[in-house]
Design a protein. Structure first.
Length: 210
């Protein structure tokens, strides 16, 4: 039974990897289950045994990518450290993820298809940005209870922090108006975001770590 479960999990991952390639190349509407099966090197029967529809497969692909991203972004939350350092790490990892090639492609797919397939936007929002906001709000709640940050709506504060981290530079990259954003630019964006956020929410304003 264990071997069978492992084989099933590996096959599922094989299909999702194939789907990612096809969705990236063709978008959602242009991707077909036949092409995904070919790319994943499985039969259409096997593909439908795992995923009943293209929508289900897209949801699995987005959910898996979002889970991986969240685990990387919020890793420093579990560590003990200075508030400004933790905020800086969260913001830095989040922006790096947003600007990664895979995340840029996924965002553009969702935006381009949202008019015809609004459920794709819902899948993307629920498994990606919304989960990130909830994780951030939970952490901020702990900081508020501990007296480090002033009492406020943690969900609003989470949204404000993420908004501060995504200045027009990030939007320009998503729109392909700039070809790249340097590491120095990202650092400067996050430094500014942390400074403004702590000016608004810190009970005792810490000196930012070098």
């Amino acid at each position: 039974m264990a071997d069978q479960d492992e084989h099933s999990a590996l096959k599922r991952q094989q299909i999702i990897r194939g789907a990612e390639i096809v969705f990236t190349e063709c978008g959602y509407e242009g991707a077909s289950m036949s092409r995904i099966a070919l790319q994943a090197a499985v039969s259409k029967g096997t593909l439908y045994n795992y995923f009943a529809s293209k929508s289900d497969l897209f949801a699995a692909f987005v959910s898996q990518k979002a889970a991986s991203t969240l685990s990387q972004v919020f890793e420093p939350v579990a560590e003990q450290g200075d508030l400004d350092v933790t905020l800086h790490e969260i913001g830095l990892r989040m922006v790096r993820q947003i600007l990664s090639p895979g995340s840029l492609v996924l965002f553009r797919i969702v935006v381009s298809e949202a008019g015809k397939f609004p459920h794709l936007a819902r899948i993307y929002w629920d498994t990606g940005p919304q989960m990130a906001l909830l994780h951030m709000a939970d952490w901020l709640t702990g900081q508020m209870r501990g007296g480090v940050l002033r009492q406020a709506d943690p969900h609003v504060a989470a949204g404000q922090f993420f908004a501060l981290c995504q200045v027009p530079t990030c939007t320009k990259r998503r729109l392909q108006l700039v070809s790249d954003v340097s590491a120095g630019e990202i650092e400067a964006i996050i430094d500014g975001a942390v400074r403004v956020f702590l000016d608004s929410y810190a009970v005792v304003r810490p000196a930012l770590s070098a």
